[in-house]
Design a protein around this ligand. Structure first.
Ligand code: SAM
Ligand code: SF4
Length: 360
């Protein structure tokens, strides 16, 4: 297989011959094994607040969404969830939330300091678009990583689906660059099949991951929420596009596999959205086709059901401990093992990759 340029990435995304796709799955799995190994790193996901000031057209937590029973966890509750992640043997936690000014600079800095003082966990934040002052204070408090999906590399589609706040033009790529300069490990990603996403746009998204040499890459299917313009009664007008990418499992898995080939060292999760589409084996298929991370939910169950980005989210009713038993069994069946330590991005050489004919 020759160099992965725009045309070839797009052709792979559109490939649907199962025998040809076996080559893609095998290459992605070989690159994953050679570059990041058989360990699967577990990150405990803490959904800290469902308040949000934004109005993203795809997300059920958007500010205008009605009928949500919104919540914000206390500092002690977040710390307890982090302790639970540590007790379960995870190496890191991800504190994710809507873009919530109620999670202010001092509050998050104190939470990060407390987790760092109490546990050896790496701390990842995913709190939306925040000021450089907030980001620098949280880095100084000990935060290690930040996740901010750029959602689409197409500026027109981005502005359509991700409206600016008054006086605050949104530029997620610029924030990612600044966070890298501050010393964060940075993660980004996109949804597959977001209305308005063409094959060319998705191929460009994946190439953008390589261009920016991202450390973590989350790719999940778009799942419509009835609380949003993209899942409500106006949805059909979004889907009129001739070249629309489908939001299905196969296309998502192709995007995951191609991402592994484009960014061989990145940490790539099997996402909850994929598990929601295919509860029986969505995560396993992602792990067999390039992914090396899982993010079990350690949010208290009572809050988890209220963090409704889209309906029917996988694993909402299970406690962290019951998820743990289920995950370990599934990993063993795949011949993989739970990663030890914080699972930071590795920087390795492609030397072990016998027979790899992808050019990175
Ligand atoms: N507020 C933060 C942010 O936007 O970065 C973090 C939370 S937000 C819910 C995390 C991610 O969920 C978004 O970056 C988006 O890609 C994904 N997401 C939102 N709505 C979704 C949907 N309807 N289907 C699948 N994924 C969705
Ligand atoms: Fe808020 Fe994030 Fe959802 Fe956008 S994607 S509405 S910023 S929670």
């Amino acid at each position: 297989m020759a160099d992965l340029d725009q045309g070839r990435v797009k052709a792979w995304l559109r490939e649907d011959d199962p025998a040809t796709l076996e080559r893609l799955w095998a290459e992605a799995d070989a690159v994953r094994r050679a570059r990041v190994g058989d360990e699967v790193h577990l990150r405990g996901l803490i959904e800290a607040s469902s308040f949000c000031v934004r109005a993203c057209h795809y997300c059920g937590l958007r500010a205008p969404a009605r009928g949500l029973d919104r919540y914000r966890m206390t500092g002690e509750e977040i710390l307890d969830a982090a302790r639970e992640a540590h007790r379960l043997g995870y190496g890191s936690v991800v504190i994710q939330a809507g873009e919530d000014p109620g999670l202010d600079q001092a509050f998050i800095a104190a939470v990060v300091r407390a987790i760092k003082a109490d546990t050896p966990l790496a701390v990842t934040l995913s709190l939306g678009e925040r000021s450089d002052g907030d980001l620098a204070a949280w880095k100084a408090a000990g935060a290690d990583r930040y996740l901010l999906r750029f959602e689409t590399s197409d500026p027109e589609l981005y502005h359509l689906i991700h409206p600016d706040l008054p006086g605050r033009p949104s530029d997620r790529l610029a924030q990612l660059r600044r966070m890298r300069d501050m010393g964060y490990e940075i993660g980004t990603g996109v949804m597959v099949g977001i209305p308005g996403q063409t094959w060319d746009i998705l191929a460009a998204d994946l190439l953008r991951f390589r261009e920016f040499d991202m450390d973590m890459l989350g790719i999940g299917p778009f799942l419509p929420s009835p609380r949003t313009p993209m899942g409500g009664p106006d949805a059909p007008s979004y889907l009129a596009l001739r070249d629309q990418v489908p939001n299905d499992e196969l296309t998502t898995l192709k995007a995951v596999a191609l991402t592994r080939l484009l960014c061989p060292e990145a940490n790539i999760p099997g996402t909850t959205a994929l598990a929601t589409l295919d509860r029986a084996q969505g995560r396993e298929l992602a792990l067999m086709r390039g992914a090396n991370v899982l993010m079990p939910n350690v949010t208290p169950v009572g809050y988890r059901v209220r963090y409704e980005i889209y309906p029917g989210k996988a694993c909402v009713g299970e406690t962290a401990s019951s998820c743990q038993g289920c995950l370990e069994t599934r990993l063993r069946a795949l011949g993989r093992r739970v990663g030890q330590g914080p699972g930071s991005r590795l920087r390795t050489e492609c030397k072990d990759l016998v027979g790899c004919d992808f050019h990175h």
